[in-house]
Structure formats: C-alpha cells, structure tokens
Ligand binder design. Structure first.
Ligand code: SF4
Length: 287
C-alpha cells in the first residue's frame, strides 16, 4: 500500500434500534465486507443486549462491541456528579463517539446510516472528514412500514423494549419521555433505582436530575398523571410564537408528555422549525 492510499472500510453502527437493525438486514448481501459495530456504553437496556444476540444468531453476523476504556461512573465523577443533558452530551462523546473514532483511526470509512425516507432527522454524529455517510433507506425511498416488513421477514422482529419505550440507548438516557421513565420503573425497577442514585449522594450535597427541575422520585410520585398524559406542568420551551400550535397539539396528543410533544412536532412543522439540534437525540445512540 502506498503512503497516500488509505484502507477503505464499510461500517454499520448498530444502536439496538429497529432502523439500524433493518439496515443490517438490507445491506447484508449487498455489501459483503460490511463491518457491524455496537457502541456499548455498558448501560444499555437488557432488551438491547438480547436483541443484538438475536441479530448475531439470525443474521449470522459478527458484531464488534466498542467500549470506552473508562465507564460512565468514571466520567460522572470527573464531571463532579453533573449528569449529561441535551445541552451537555458528554456521555455520547466519551462513551460512543470517541471509541468509534478510535476504532476507525484514519481509515476512509463508508458509514451507513438508517435514517428513513419518511423522516426529517438530523443529529449528533461524528464530524470526522474521513467518514463518508450513506443513507440507503433515503436513496431507495424506504419508509417505516418497509422497515417493519424487513424486520418481520427476516425473523428478527422488533426489540422488546418497544412495548414501553420508543428508542434505544442507555437505561438512564435523558432523552426518554416521562412515561418511559415510569416504564423503566415497571420493567426494570433495579435500573430505575440506579438512575435515582445518580441524582443524589453527591459530596457537595447538590441534587442533579435527569429531567429538568424534577427528580425521578418526584416523577414516580405522580405516575398516574404522567401515564394519563395530563399536562400538569407548564411547557417551558414553548415560545409565544408557537404557543397557539402548542396548545392545539396538547389537545390532540393525549398520550404524549409535554417535553416530547414539541420535539415530535418540530420535526414536521415549519412553525416550530427553530428547534435546536440540542433537543434531538443523538443518531449514534438511537438509530
Ligand atoms: S443513549 Fe442517552 S445517555 Fe446514553 S450516551 Fe446516548 S445520549 Fe447519552
């Protein structure tokens, strides 16, 4: 190999979610030398690990788990107990992007991303120049129903956490909706308890919360109102311009909590198109 030529690799990063799983099925025979990686924070849902095991067995593929040398507990101590948030996603950088970039080094990488043709998604991923993104589902105009069909036909089906949570990612992910935190409590009470522990027990006695201005214990105490979708808290991010639309959306989406309703609406509504990228979950965690 000459000094100038770089190794070219084809990589699909699996999140444990349906779209990247469907993309694995879709590309398996199209790109024979495709590498499958899973950016394992070590704090993923049990259902995610189980789904990856199914993928290995059913598709007969090797999935390389990439881990940070230091775990979340190490980093949260470095950040003096300050939990990551949409505005400060050090977890994605430290636990996912850094190990991924280390894995690819300076190789030229064709990175396959499972954004669908019916989505208007953008998000936080690596910005390294040697990573070239490809969007096969967009190019081939595949939408959500196609993805479900691909997964059903392959025998993989959907990850089990979809019965109570809409996205993959760490069990304590701050992007999850309020009713999903209740789902965590109902499905994995021990993980909910661990998430509560991160909010307290700090040497400086400060309380850091995963949800703005509300601890998980407080959230759990009002579980009935959360699950009934009643809007008991003000919508903080609603500007006066979008207030009208926000009120209208509230009256339509009874089962969606106040934070997520705006995020969902923003992606498809021009009136709300000033949503900052910081409110979008990381592609690398959720696709
Ligand atoms: S899934 Fe959530 S908590 Fe985990 S690394 Fe990604 S953004 Fe951070």
């Amino acid at each position: 190999m000459s000094k100038k030529s770089k190794k070219v690799r084809h990589i699909l990063s699996l999140s444990g979610g349906k779209d990247s799983a469907a993309l694995a099925v879709y590309l398996k025979d199209k790109i024979p030398d495709l590498e499958y990686v899973f950016l394992d924070t070590g704090y993923e849902l049990p259902e995610t690990y189980e789904y990856l095991k199914r993928m290995r067995a059913i598709l007969g593929i090797k999935i390389t788990a990439l881990k940070s040398r230091r775990d979340f507990d190490f980093w949260v101590n470095i950040f003096r107990g300050c939990l990551p948030s949409p505005q400060n996603r050090w977890c994605t950088r430290k636990l996912k992007i850094d190990p991924y970039e280390k894995h690819i080094g300076s190789d030229l990488v064709h990175s396959y991303i499972g954004i669908r043709a019916d989505e208007n998604r953008d998000g936080y991923f690596s910005s390294k120049k040697n990573i070239i993104p490809y969007y096969p589902f967009i190019e081939d105009e595949l939408i959500k129903s196609d993805i479900i069909q691909i997964l059903e036909d392959s025998g993989l089906g959907l990850p089990k956490y979809y019965s109570w949570r809409s996205r993959s990612g760490c069990y304590f992910c701050f992007f999850q909706r309020r009713h999903e935190w209740i789902g965590l409590y109902d499905n994995h009470p021990e993980l909910f308890e661990k998430a509560c522990e991160y909010e307290s027990n700090h040497l400086d006695k400060r309380l850091y919360t995963w949800i703005e201005r509300e601890s998980l214990k407080q959230l759990l105490a009002r579980r009935d109102s959360v699950l009934s979708g009643i809007f008991t808290r003000p919508v903080k991010k609603c500007s006066s311009k979008s207030k009208k639309l926000c009120d209208r959306l509230k009256s339509i989406h009874f089962s969606v909590d106040d934070g997520s309703i705006l995020r969902e609406a923003f992606s498809s509504n021009k009136q709300l198109s000033n949503l900052k990228e910081e409110d979008e979950p990381c592609l690398i965690c959720t696709l």
